[in-house]
Design a protein around this ligand. Structure first.
Ligand code: ASP
Length: 440
């Protein structure tokens, strides 16, 4: 093999995704500036090639989510030696998820109160047809699937989790026969993980298409009047990602946050380009178990649960947006209203589906709760796409942080894997059809 091919093998997945992203941004911007009205470019390139490749990429990630979560969670629960651990781990995980989200909104409210992104802003009156946010009580009632097959068909994550936990627990109680089935699921898990690896190899092309289409169609002008709101949300997201999580990792799990963040790069890039924590689950699982050292018995539970109910980035956007809208409409918020925002934003983040843009819909819940006009959402909708990408990266980083903390606390954490910068990379080698091996 030539030297060039040899060095090509060594390029990490995140570097290749970054290249895809950079090229996508470059080409997209060129189209945005030079060919906004050229019909064939819009039809065949932006709306054709980029659109199709991007959609196929996201669909291929989503394709893996249900089988992956089901099978790896069954494996995870059936491998727990002590079943009382399950309840304790479950409570601790949910508690930590709620705590990190509450910190996130509090941070957002504080920053928005100090900076005043909407003070003195003058926007023309806008119309906005608010979609109704789903009532939270439904989330609780619907935890138990009436029909597990239809839960899987519809990708209802919480229902799948409940079914898989029960199934995995039953396997441990079913003696020899249970062990045979467990073995089958463990083998199946290996196969599905391999599928994840194969899909990850095509990620740079998918990311290229997604970013190129976004940049080609993005109206930069919409950002300017909202610059204060836009950059404040980004600043709080960065603070939460660069301060809250590292501090929690350092003090609650005694882990080096820098090593953690370095290994999280690929996951963050996936989340950024797909704007979907749900679609990122396969990559998060792979990274949390093979690169960070969390045992599958913990990761298979904490990662999909976190992707579904833990949305710190979304809560940050909602906190800043609520204060921004109140300021634009010149409505003073009382201390009690601030507390209400924290509470409802935490609940709204649980009810937010892990797909693009839903955070804006559940924002109606928060606004209604404190008596603010939901039409205010129309003010910020123009810049939400980019914010969605950044907040989704924060969302998935929060899931992995909690996963590490829980695993460390339960003694289900492999420190050697965490310390080794190369760990997990050898698992990511895919045999390409032409016989070459690429390190993803
Ligand atoms: N896109 C976010 C996610 O999937 C949810 C949102 O804030 O809209 O995590």
């Amino acid at each position: 093999m030539s030297e060039a091919a040899e060095s090509n093998k060594k390029i990490s997945l995140s570097a290749r995704i970054l290249v895809g992203m950079g090229l996508g941004a470059f080409i997209g911007l060129i189209i945005n500036q030079l060919a906004p009205d050229v019909q064939w470019v819009q039809t065949y390139i932006t709306g054709g090639l980029f659109h199709v490749v991007g959609k196929i990429f996201i669909a291929s990630l989503q394709m893996l989510v249900v089988p992956l979560v089901l099978v790896s969670l069954i494996c995870g629960v059936s491998s727990l030696e002590d079943s009382s651990k399950l309840g304790r781990m479950g409570l601790k995980t949910v508690g930590l998820y709620l705590l990190t989200t509450a910190i996130a909104v509090a941070l957002a409210l504080f920053a928005a109160y100090i900076v005043g992104p909407g003070v003195g802003a003058n926007f023309p009156a806008t119309e906005f047809a608010a979609k109704e946010a789903p009532p939270l009580i439904n989330t609780i009632i619907n935890l138990v699937p009436k029909n597990p097959i239809s839960a899987m068909a519809e990708g209802k994550m919480l229902q799948i989790i409940v079914f898989a936990v029960l199934f995995g627990f039953a396997l441990t109680q079913a003696g020899e026969k249970g062990r045979t089935v467990t073995e089958f699921f463990q083998n199946l898990n290996e196969v599905i993980m391999k599928m994840v690896t194969i899909i990850m190899a095509i990620a740079p092309y998918g990311v290229f298409a997604l970013i190129a289409k976004l940049m080609a169609t993005l109206g930069i002008d919409s950002i300017l009047p909202l610059a204060k709101y836009f950059f404040l949300v980004i600043a709080v997201l960065l603070i939460h990602g660069a301060l809250t999580y590292p501090l929690l990792l350092k003090f609650m799990a005694k882990l080096d946050p820098i090593k953690f963040l370095k290994k999280m790069r690929a996951v963050q890039l996936f989340a950024f380009s797909t704007a979907s924590s749900g679609a990122t689950i396969p990559v998060s699982m792979e990274t949390v178990t093979k690169r960070l050292g969390v045992k599958n018995s913990i990761a298979s539970f904490t990662v999909p649960l976190g992707a579904t109910i833990n949305m710190d980035g979304t809560a940050i956007m909602q906190g800043v947006a609520t204060v921004f809208i109140a300021q634009v409409y010149q409505i003073d918020l009382s201390f009690i209203q601030y507390l209400t925002i924290i509470l409802t934003a935490v609940l709204a983040s649980i009810g937010t589906a892990a797909v693009p843009g839903v955070g804006l819909i559940t924002l109606t819940m928060v606004l209604t709760q404190v008596g603010l006009p939901v039409q205010g959402i129309a003010l910020i909708i123009g810049v939400d796409r980019i914010l969605d990408m950044i907040r989704t990266s924060v969302n998935v980083t929060g899931d992995a942080t909690v996963s590490c903390i829980i695993a460390k606390g339960e003694g289900d954490f492999n420190m050697d894997v965490f310390e080794d910068p190369e760990a997990g990379l050898e698992f990511e080698e895919v045999d390409l059809p032409d016989g070459e091996t690429a390190k993803t």
